[in-house]
Design a protein around this ligand. Sequence first.
Ligand code: ZN
Ligand code: ZN
Length: 210
Amino acid sequence: MNYIKIVGGPLQTNTYLIYEGEIGIIVDPGAYFDRIDDAIKRIGVNRILYIIATHGHFDHIFYANKLSKNFNVPLMIHELDVNLTRRYSDLAESMYCEVFIPPENIKPISSECAIKLPWDVDMNIIHTPGHTMGSICIAIGNILLTGDTLFKNSIGRVDFDESSEDDMWKSLRKLIELDGDYIVLPGHGEITTMKRELKENPYLKGLWDL
Ligand SMILES: [Zn+2]
Ligand SMILES: [Zn+2]
């Protein structure tokens, strides 16, 4: 299993393509469409199994509708964030300077679960509310996609109406308690590892000591 990071959009969102052979999964399709499309073609992926969003903010789902139509798969997103995909439509359009069509074909995720992949690893959905109520982290093998929950040296904002600071601390604890090391693929910024963040991230250090 391999991954590539595609950066783009007005908020420099990281879109990830996780793939093996000709089969791939798209996570957080908010980087510019052409960049995502080019990457898929360049790598030779011709079947997208899942399009999945770590949460419902527009910069993580902007191209979900177009990609979901192209590949004939729904957008998977936690049920608590489904409404959020429409809430910031005007802001989304003005920031991307493009017409925004919220995802029409949605498959809500209602609980933590393991989704079978045709590879030797499963895709594990971990509910990590805080940045938004329906934020999730996705573990596939030794990679952990953390969306706007955990960044290199930082964590996601908790000052939105849809945020909860209390939940954020609980969710970070959940991530800390995951077994083994993970390569952390965040929704913005540089790729890091869980081991590094446990040592260097000022927000995690406090939790670790408790
Ligand atoms: Zn966000
Ligand atoms: Zn974001």
